[in-house]
Design a protein around this ligand. Structure first.
Ligand code: UD1
Ligand code: UDP
Length: 354
């Protein structure tokens, strides 16, 4: 079986690591890096730590407005899919790299497989919501992380090609969890008790009043905050005149590698984030999460009592972090960490049947 896997942004390297490892055992995988993320701490560090193969193609697209970025990716991907003639193109999650891979593949003879299908925040202002909806509606094979995602697809009329292998991010986490110290560098020094924060959603960085409320909320927490900041967030803090508002107790550091980040999540008393993937990782690592958004696609973590959706409201951030310390017993939500094996088996059967 020949597979082209399209990745480009930090969370996709984490997701692809689990499947790529399985695929390379028995199949021909060509990894395509669109170049959406290019800073070493957002890209190269993941290839090193997660032993991802050197990409067969690096498109070097970089940062640009949505249409320009997506179009450049599509133009390059179209030639690759034509030249390689793969059985399957795998796309992950909900970034512009996902959408570019989906649109190109949908008009080719290859099977389009979407990993992390069926997620919805029902917030149309999120570019990711557009990307995931369109990708799901173009896909031939849809891999849902949990049963609720499958039901969502059914409600949208998508019933063919859907399976529920679980969450590949859980696979990646389990594969590294016992080796964190060996894989991670020193990482930032942290106090015994801290809150771990990440912020990068377009809405939170581009709307100054939202970012201001988040900064104020974090600065008012009872514990120090460790804040590995995405470059767009650092830029936004400067652009909106908020950098000076960060107190000594909100420690902004560069983005850290995956193993270091997982160790930080594990050691935190609470995570405050607007990330998608980090909401789940906090759950897997028994750390309560406060989500700095109005909506989430990971609703099951909220229903389970492990994730509190507070938006960008300083008072609610402070209250939720204070209340987040004793979550209830944890259900299994997104499988048991063997999603990649199940996905590869489904791909093999699909290609054999074709
Ligand atoms: C992208 C995804 C988002 C995902 C996130 C993971 C889209 C629309 N967004 O958001 O879904 O959650 O990746 O982190 O696909 N930049 C750098 N260095 C880099 C990359 C980006 O400095 O290596 C800066 C640039 O100023 C750029 C900005 O970050 O303009 C935004 O980058 P972009 O890839 O467009 O979106 P992200 O916010 O990273
Ligand atoms: N992550 C990391 N270092 C950081 C912040 C995040 O390794 O400094 C990892 C995190 O463990 C998760 C992924 O990046 O696996 C999530 O990416 P991000 O929050 O950028 O994107 P989202 O999941 O919101 O699309």
């Amino acid at each position: 079986m020949k597979v082209v896997s399209v990745v480009g942004a930090r969370p996709q390297f984490v997701k692809a690591a689990a499947i790529s490892r399985r695929l390379r055992d028995a199949h021909d995988e060509r990894l395509v890096h669109t170049g959406q993320h290019y800073d070493p701490e957002l890209s190269a560090v993941f290839f090193d730590e997660l032993a991802l193969p050197v990409p067969a193609y690096h498109l070097g697209v970089g940062s640009a407005p949505h249409a320009t970025q997506t179009a450049e990716m599509m133009t390059a991907l179209e030639s690759i899919v034509e030249d390689e003639s793969p059985d399957v193109v795998l796309v992950y999650g909900d970034t512009n790299s996902t959408l570019a891979g989906a649109l190109v593949t949908a008009k080719s003879s290859a099977t389009l497989a979407h990993v992390e299908a069926g997620l919805r925040s029902y917030d149309p202002s999120m570019p990711e919501e557009v990307n995931r909806r369109l990708t799901d509606h173009a896909a031939d094979l849809l891999f849902a992380p949990g049963p609720d995602a499958k039901r969502t697809l059914e409600r949208e009329g998508i019933t063919e090609g859907v399976s529920v292998p679980g969450d590949v991010m859980y696979d990646t986490l389990l594969a590294i969890r016992d080796r964190l110290d060996a894989v991670a560098g020193d990482g930032p020094s942290v106090p015994d008790e801290y809150v771990l924060a990440t912020v990068h959603r377009a809405k939170n960085t581009d709307e100054p009043e939202r970012l201001e409320s988040i900064v104020d909320g974090l600065a008012r927490l009872e514990r120090p905050v460790v804040f590995p900041a995405h470059p767009r967030t650092v830029d936004a803090l400067h652009d909106h005149g908020l950098w000076e508002r960060l107190t000594a107790d909100v420690r902004v550091v560069d983005p850290v590698g995956y193993a270091t980040f997982v160790r930080l999540v594990e050691g935190a008393t609470c995570v405050a984030t607007d990330s998608g993937g980090v909401q789940k990782e906090a759950f897997y690592l028994d750390t309560p999460c406060v989500t700095l958004r109005d909506r989430t696609e990971w609703t099951a973590t909220v229903d389970a009592g492990w994730n509190d959706l507070v938006g960008a409201n300083a008072d609610r951030i402070v209250d939720a972090v204070r209340a987040a310390e004793n979550p209830p017993a944890k259900p299994d939500l997104y499988g048991n960490g063997n999603a990649a094996a199940r996905i590869v088996t489904t791909l093999e059967r699909h290609v054999d049947d074709d």
